[in-house]
Design a protein around this ligand. Structure first.
Ligand code: ATP
Ligand code: MG
Length: 573
């Protein structure tokens, strides 16, 4: 037990803190505000406080808890909305009103709710960390109850029936095992081994899936200036990507943006099983008006929950909007600790923290039996001031993420959505995913993608010339390239998030759409070689039909594409 010596915003200096540990959770002041020790020198501790510190006074007590900042993991996480330190926001609101009062606490998981526990092992068997002792049905997800770290030995008792998360369901070596376990957020959860990437995380966004795919277990960054579509892209990924579990961390964004997410999500339906989407989602909300230290913690809370579902053998996707606000929280705390500032005032360890966060992604062999493979994919939004990605947070992120979906202010201004710039974006997973695409979508998938990319690059070169000498000076062959890339841009890359059908394209539809555009281009090029006038080629009515493909429902696409191709062949013949 120590006492407050100095207060500086969210940072407290405590004295008389002998026996404390780094990263220990403490209760600060008479109000028992939650805080975490982030540096220790002799008996002096720097403590970041997760709640508003106004009104605290020097001399008030600081009490250690002997525990690191941890999250509670167990049935009931799905469909919850937590703050940065895993307090359930709805319950806190019921207790304390619309504005979170200080010192209010509530367990993360509901203690009253009973879950039906079905045993999967037997009395007398040996059990160790990660072994699945039983299952609980958590909406449509089968929640595996796993042996926690540090427990191993013979199962001396294994119950079945309805239990709450804090009731023991099993005894291993005399130690009671509950359905909920705790895990320190700053420590990555353990796994047997990392596995290579094998399949894409399918998002339904054509520019993401076909042009710059992210692997399941991979990492992606979405940098973009103010209003370029970071939040729309992230929420679309949360809604439509083919992950089993979604963790969405709203980190330091404006309250009204988070409100939109919070009001919209509960109404959404999972396109895969027609159940409410919230039932596979965990939301973590820490808006710009909430304490800055809790924002720093929210990213860790989110990734730990994501790892926990990975350990059950699920494909998990985590969206963080925005990691720049997280970095700003680090900067504020670091500044108050009077640490030596690095570039633009960010702490010198900014790059290391970002790398450690993205490192927690991956596809893994999980610990324990039965054998399970799970993944965590991480997609982080970055909000560089002025959209200029040469700033430290973007640069540090670029170094560790393998997909870069570069949002572009000028595309957004032209209302080309998603405003992802195809010349600046990249994916380093193409090689690893090539085989999957060939097997599951089409043999020539990557070739079609490369041809389209090649044309778009050619377009950029041609446009530089057009700016100098005007479009009329280009030979017809090159003007045809510009027409083809216009089709790729407008009829393929542009995708309206507010159109019920267009918002999501299956891989197959994406491939067929692009392939049809290229088919038209090939035929047109051949016709041009036979001296058909370009104007006649461009009048072909099939172009209009191709443009309408976006809005053709999935089940009709194949037939429609066949008709169009037939018609193209006939016209050009
Ligand atoms: N894919 C899309 N389809 C249609 N409209 C879009 C799309 N993406 C973005 N928009 C439009 O752009 C607006 C701003 O997008 P969004 O809020 O996602 O930007 P942001 O990058 O998160 O901005 P901020 O920097 O303010 O957080 C949206 O309200 C929407 O009108
Ligand atoms: Mg936003």
């Amino acid at each position: 037990m120590g006492e407050i010596q100095r207060i500086s915003g969210p940072l407290i200096q405590g004295e008389g803190m002998k026996g404390s540990q780094i990263n220990e959770l403490v209760k600060v002041g008479d109000a028992e505000l939650l805080g975490e020790i982030i540096s220790l020198k002799y008996d002096r501790a720097s403590i970041q406080v997760y709640e508003d510190t106004s009104g605290l006074r020097p001399g008030e007590p600081v009490a250690g808890t002997g525990m690191p900042l941890s999250v509670e993991l167990g049935p009931g996480l799905l469909s919850s909305v937590f703050d940065g330190i895993q307090r359930p926001l709805e319950i806190i609101r019921d207790k304390a009103g619309d504005f979170i009062a200080r010192g209010v606490s509530a367990p993360a998981l509901d203690r009253k709710k009973k879950w039906e526990f079905v045993a999967k092992m037997k009395k007398g068997m040996d059990a160790a960390q990660g072994d699945v002792i039983g299952e609980v049905r958590e909406y449509s997800v089968i929640h595996k109850i796993m042996v926690p770290k540090g427990v191993r030995g013979k199962i001396t008792e294994l119950l079945e029936g309805n239990f709450s998360v804090d009731e023991p369901v099993c005894q291993i070596n005399g130690i009671p095992v509950l359905m909920a376990q705790k895990w320190p957020v700053r420590v990555p959860r353990e796994y047997s081994q990392k596995l290579p990437y094998e399949m894409p995380l399918i998002t339904g966004k054509r520019i993401c899936d076909l042009m710059f795919p992210i692997a399941k277990g991979g990492t992606a960054a979405i940098p973009g200036g103010f209003g370029t579509g970071k939040t729309v892209t992230q929420t679309d990924l949360a809604k439509y990507s083919d992950a089993d579990v979604i963790v969405y961390v709203g980190c330091g964004e404006r309250g009204n943006e988070m409100t939109e997410v919070l009001t919209e999500f509960p109404k959404l339906v999972d396109p895969r099983n027609k159940k409410p989407l919230m039932q596979r989602t965990v939301l973590i909300a820490n808006t710009s008006n909430m304490p800055v230290a809790a924002r720093e913690a929210s990213i860790y809370t989110g990734i730990t929950i994501a790892e926990y579902y990975r350990d059950m053998g699920y494909e998990v996707a985590l969206m963080a909007d925005s990691t720049s606000r997280w970095a700003e929280a680090m900067r504020e705390i670091s500044g108050r600790m009077e640490e030596m500032p690095g570039e633009e005032g960010y702490p010198a360890y900014l790059g290391k923290r970002l790398a450690e966060f993205y490192e927690r992604s991956g596809r893994v062999d999980c610990m324990g039996t039965p054998k399970r493979v799970g993944s965590v994919s991480v997609v982080g939004a970055v909000s560089p001031p002025g959209g200029d990605v040469s700033e430290p947070v973007s640069q540090a992120t670029l170094r560790v993420t393998k997909v870069f979906w570069a949002l572009d202010t000028s595309l957004a201004r032209r209302r080309h959505y998603p405003a992802i710039n195809w010349l600046k974006s990249y994916s380093l997973y193409l090689g690893e995913l090539r085989e999957w695409f060939a097997k599951n979508v089409a043999e020539d998938f990557i070739d079609v993608r490369q041809r389209a990319m090649g044309l778009l690059q050619k377009e950029a070169e041609l446009q530089a010339i057009v700016q100098l000498i005007g479009p009329d000076a280009l030979p017809d062959k090159e003007r045809l390239v510009l027409e083809a890339t216009k089709m790729i841009r407008e009829d393929f890359l542009q995708q309206n998030s507010f159109d019920e059908i267009d918002v999501y394209s299956t891989m197959k539809k994406q491939y067929l759409m692009l392939k049809t555009i290229l088919h038209f281009y090939d035929k047109a090029e051949a016709a041009l070689a036979l001296e058909t006038p370009l104007s006649r080629i461009l009048d072909a009515e099939e172009r209009g039909e191709i443009a309408k493909l976006k809005r053709v429902p999935e089940e009709q696409v194949e037939a429609r594409v066949k008709e169009i191709n037939k018609s193209i062949d006939k016209s050009f013949a």
